[in-house]
Write a protein that binds this ligand. Sequence first.
Ligand SMILES: [Zn+2]
Length: 414
Amino acid sequence: MATQTRIALEPDGLVAVLDHVRAHGAASRAQLAQATGLGRSVLTQRVDALLDYGLLAEDRVGISTGGRAPRLLRFRADAGYLLVTDLGATSTDVAVADLAGEIVVQRQEASDIAAGPDAVLARVEELFDECVAEAGVTGSLWGIGIGVPGPVEFESGRPVSPPIMPGWDGYAVRARFAERGVPVWVDNDVNVMALGELTAGCGRGVDDFVFVKIGTGIGAGIVVDGRIHRGAKGSAGDVGHIHVQAGREVTCRCGMSGCLEAFAGGAALARDAEAAAREGRSDFLSALLEEKGFLDAADVAVASKHGDPVGIELITEAGRLIGQMLTGIVNFFNPSLIVIGGGVAGAGDLLLATIRQAIYRRSLPLATRDLIVRRSELDDRAGVIGAATMAANELFAREYLPRWLAAGSPAGSA
Ligand SMILES: [Zn+2]
């Protein structure tokens, strides 16, 4: 890799060319000149530098518009690789991705975020090594992307008072991976999933949308003008703790009363289903509880699909309250799309239909005129794709790229 620091210190053209081929695929020099507005000599210089750095490759022959067919320049997604993990409250997804955010190998297993950072991240390290061995990657590691189920101060990569992550408050996640010698980015899992939807899911090409994760808890990732909106301190989208009118009082794990999550999150559904089973209000759930020893949100979904009245009531009520919260978001933010994801989103059409109904009934007509409410298609892949996209976006950002180009590689430049 060359050390042309003179060019590396002038990132504008480099980033513009890279951004174009990363977003739109291979392009000829003429197409790049048109897309970036760079003059011919500057463009040639930037392209040569990127070829030199190994970030671009010149291989395929494009379609001729008369004369010699132009060579196409493509982004070298295999120049390095990324390690990513999406940590949920009860599951861990780990993957190897290329620099375009494409997942090469993915592993998923049940886990408990409450076991604390040492235990959880030690297992992530093992899974990283297993995935790398399985992927048979030839390039070197360029970055690590991590999503965690709680608020994160993005600048420092530290979780801040995460309600469901005992032992993680202020934990230096980056330092934990320092041995690997590459930059590490950490964000809230819902932001990461929203980024996954924006890159490869139903949010592709949508500038303003909201991704709502309904898992153990409830949170939202907000995309404004095609970018994640993190807010002043990184806590934007913490919608699980918005107060809703449920007609009963339940104390949330955050300590307050009346939070959406305390009624409609996966943990709340499991709690209410177990109570109904114990009180003999649902034969279906009683039998399941007897068989398994516990109930979770998926059991509530199964019960509702079997026509069990308690299961239907729990899902309907959860949908109504989630819709109530989203009505406020729709009137305030006017998104064109709401994507519902997370484990409980798999509960089926009843949940989605109830959410839709609540939103349309209570939102202003102009806000819902072209509003689409749909379920995520990426499911378990949203988090890892988003974590890979986060790492790639940061690596190739104009604030960061010149630093590591000057150093020769991302390793050691964090
Ligand atoms: Zn709360």
